[in-house]
Design a binder for this molecule. Structure first.
Ligand code: ADP
Ligand code: MG
Length: 301
């Protein structure tokens, strides 16, 4: 089914088909609820209230949204600002299609990120208020919302007694339990340079896996390939990597980190992932070279 701009596919292991379908319906309803909660575009919603009041006043929001913003802020800190939900304040000076005739100037690029910076998201946990300190500042959950929704749907299904399943959101997987035959769920890792070729099969035990990067979406200037994920600190698109796959206990964390590592690049990204317990990554750079964090063993096939 299409939700949050992604194709969600839910698999549950159950010997009762009616119960299995009921559980899937409940998970779909949960993902729809989350979509309403975090969508930044509908003016009626709390996120747009926050954005509208940037530079003016603090907005009281539901605890759930407050805590999501709180976690997003801490991921910014963890990634030295490579992940930042206030990326949404960037002027859209890069267009990743034919319409872009020339590269923006250094000055335009610098100016485009003037309002970005998670440090200017002020949180008051006592009152559940969010204040964006700069006028024109905006937040958006494009790089975390899908993972968050998948985690919520998984929790809901587990609470309903579903002992094993997979939430698949356009290839990002969130799994628990094991396959009906008792073996662990496994995920196929593809090289985006050669879409049909699976180069590794990785076990997924109570873990999520998220891939960031779009091999097709980029522009080229002076021989440099600028990808569609932009470094919110500089305004320049990331150039080094083609895809980043992150494994983590929670899909939300994996989602955010995949975007962050894409921005940070191979060396800084792997170095940071190595410092986070229970998190691993597989990176493919623009030359097609595959690298991994230190605790991962590629199950090459
Ligand atoms: P995709 O799901 O398209 O493969 P990501 O999960 O990496 O990609 O998310 C990309 C989306 O995240 C962008 O479309 C944008 O909405 C948002 N985004 C882009 N750059 C950042 C960033 N540095 N920090 C947080 N969110 C970002
Ligand atoms: Mg992401």
């Amino acid at each position: 089914m299409q939700l949050m701009g992604s194709t969600f596919e839910i698999t549950v292991v159950d010997d009762d088909a009616i119960r299995a379908n009921k559980n899937i319906d409940a998970a779909v309803a949960e993902i729809k609820r989350i979509e309403r909660l975090i969508s930044s575009w509908d003016m009626a919603l709390q996120t747009s209230e926050i954005n509208k009041n940037a530079g003016a006043k603090a907005v009281r929001v539901k605890k759930e949204l407050f805590q999501l913003i709180e976690r997003a802020k801490s991921i910014s800190k963890l990634t030295d600002g490579a992940f930042d939900i206030s990326y949404a304040s960037m002027d859209r000076i890069w267009k990743f299609d034919e319409s872009m005739g020339q590269m923006p100037s250094d000055k335009e690029i610098k100016l485009s990120v003037a309002k970005v910076g998670a440090k200017s998201i002020e949180l008051d946990a006592k009152n559940n208020t969010v204040f964006l300190k700069k006028k024109g500042m905006k937040i958006g959950f494009g790089a975390i919302g899908k993972g968050y929704a998948a985690d919520k749907a998984k929790t809901l299904l587990q609470e309903r007694g579903v002992s094993a399943g997979i939430i698949n959101a356009s290839g990002d997987m969130n799994a628990w339990g094991s396959q009906p035959d008792g073996t662990p769920w496994r995920v196929a890792i593809r090289n985006p340079m050669n879409k049909n070729k699976v180069f590794a099969l990785m076990p997924l035990q109570n873990k999520a896996v998220v891939t960031s990067g779009n091999y097709e979406k980029f522009v080229r200037f002076n021989g440099v390939r600028y990808a569609h994920i932009i470094d919110p600190r500089t305004g320049y698109p990331a150039t080094e990597l083609i895809s980043v796959t992150v494994f983590a206990p929670k899909a939300e964390f994996a989602d955010a980190l995949a975007t962050a590592v894409f921005v940070m690049g191979k060396e800084a990204g792997i170095d940071r992932i190595n410092q986070i317990p229970n998190v691993d990554c597989i990176i493919i750079d623009h030359k097609g070279i595959i690298s991994t964090s230190e605790n991962i063993e590629l199950n090459k096939i």
